[in-house]
Design a binder for this molecule. Structure first.
Ligand SMILES: [Zn+2]
Length: 106
């Protein structure tokens, strides 16, 4: 397991209690309700809509965060999505600091 995968597993429980997974290019992609823009939805159904995903970037062990709804500044699709690095820094700064520390010890 890569450090990125390890931290994805750490962050998943915070994101949604019902995460959908899908295999893409032999790696797992995770789908969940967007933690940034679900609050802007009017109906329960659309709040639960799994519009966001952490998806493996082809040809690497890196992941990117994409929100199909893209309703907030944090999840707006710029340059085709955010890196996991960037996503973690925004969503959980405490966990991000651990992640950076662990990457630095490689
Ligand atoms: Zn969103």
């Amino acid at each position: 397991m890569t450090i990125t995968e390890k931290y994805i597993n750490k962050i998943l429980p915070y994101l949604d209690n019902d995460i959908e997974t899908e295999k893409i290019n032999g790696l797992i992609s995770y789908k969940f309700a967007c933690p940034f823009c679900h609050i802007y939805s009017d109906s329960e159904d659309s709040r639960k809509n799994k519009c966001a995903s952490l998806t493996p970037i082809q040809g690497s062990y890196d992941y990117k965060f994409i929100c199909m709804r893209s309703r907030s500044n944090e999840c707006r699709r710029i340059y085709g999505g955010r890196s996991f690095h960037n996503f973690l820094a925004m969503y959980n700064p405490a966990l991000f600091r651990q992640y950076k520390k662990e990457l630095a010890t490689l």
